[in-house]
Design a protein around this ligand. Structure first.
Ligand code: ATP
Ligand code: MG
Length: 337
């Protein structure tokens, strides 16, 4: 089984999941999931709608019981030690869960008290988190008057009240404006810097890239890829060769030369005059050499050449699109360290 051994934090696993299965009728929401999250790190769990992300988070937070397999979080078995486990985790669900009639401050205070914080401490913690999530002004208003983004922020604050060792964030910034999204990211990074472990599901590749070093891609209840951000990029999408000719007027002729040469596996070349660049998708070093060689032979003079990895969005589409097309009993794609 793959472990995140290359993780420099070198700590223990705060989350260990083995062969987790959860079926709803004939729907295999989780179909044998294995994953580890090292203590003090963020694991990003990516997957299309219905992949099983929320089901995974619900199993790991004792809200539902898995049909098979097992999971240990912060040393506690999710099935056998649910009460101890609940005291060490924080959860921000995909759907906000605040008491409508209470104010933001009362909601946070109540949760602090439920977590056994003394009154004074519960108040102080509530105020601190209201401040951090820019809710101080709205603190005394009933939550039914809050906007969607305010509720979400309150929900996040609520999951952080007890300074949990392990935090599950299920699509935490869906529907948030960019400024609030940044606040949430800052707060998550701060908690991780203080030693928390985070399991984050997200549909936003930018979020995954900002917060997580390690990624796991899940589809139809199965893990279909995992690795570091750059590893997944390198593995999946090839690269794009970016060529800047000495004379921008030659861009179109260069693109034509590459297209007409029929180099093995080089599908196309796109000239972007505004940028003075020629973009050529490539899959190997051989293709890179062939393209540059061809341009040299044809007498083009090059000012600059670089390669770029694909975006994580492109990677995600490539992995999930591909797997969804011929979904089978294939073993998960492990990305070598
Ligand atoms: N309570 C339930 N009863 C029946 N089917 C369910 C239930 N909860 C989830 N499912 C099904 O299990 C599968 C996984 O759902 P899940 O909510 O875990 O996906 P997800 O990855 O969180 O999706 P999204 O990105 O849309 O939030 C889906 O096919 C879903 O329809
Ligand atoms: Mg979900």
């Amino acid at each position: 089984m793959e472990r995140n051994d290359r993780n420099p934090s070198n700590g223990r696993n705060a989350v260990e999941v083995r062969g987790l299965v959860k079926h709803y009728g004939s729907t295999k929401a989780l179909d044998g999931v294995d994953l580890d999250v090292r203590e003090g790190t963020v694991l990003g769990v990516l997957g299309p709608n219905g992949a099983g992300k929320t089901t995974l988070v619900r199993c790991l937070s004792t809200l539902i019981t898995p049909d098979a397999g097992h999971a240990v979080v912060a040393g506690y078995d999710v099935v056998k030690q649910p009460r101890q486990l609940r005291r060490t985790i924080g959860l921000t669900g995909q759907y906000a869960s605040v008491d409508e009639k209470l104010s933001g401050r009362e909601n946070l205070y109540m949760i602090g008290r439920l977590l056994d914080l003394p009154r004074k401490q519960a108040k102080a913690r509530a105020d601190e988190l209201l401040e951090r999530f820019s809710l101080t002004e709205a603190a005394k208003r009933a939550c039914m008057q809050y906007s969607g983004g305010m509720r979400r922020r309150l929900d996040l604050a609520a999951s952080m009240i007890g300074s949990p060792a392990v935090l599950y964030l299920d699509e935490p910034t869906t529907g948030l404006d960019p400024r609030t999204r940044n606040e949430v990211w800052d707060e998550v990074q701060r908690m991780v810097a203080e030693g928390a472990t985070v399991l984050l599901t997200t549909q936003y590749m930018e979020e995954a890239e900002q917060l997580a070093k390690e990624l796991t891609v899940i589809d139809r209840g199965r893990i279909i890829a995992r690795g570091g951000v750059d590893e997944l990029k390198a593995k999946v999408g090839g690269r794009t060769l970016q060529i800047r000719p000495s004379d921008p007027a030659e861009l179109a002729a260069m693109a034509r030369a590459i297209r007409e040469a029929g180099l093995d596996g080089v599908a196309g070349a796109q000239a972007v005059p505004d940028e003075g660049l020629l973009y050529v998708p490539i899959l190997s070093d051989e293709q890179l050499t062939a393209v540059i060689g061809l341009l040299g032979v044809r007498g083009f003079s090059l000012a600059h050449v670089s390669t770029a990895l694909p975006s994580l969005d492109e990677v995600f589409l490539a992995i999930t699109g591909d797997k969804a097309a011929h979904h089978s009993d294939q073993a998960p794609q492990e990305v070598a360290a």
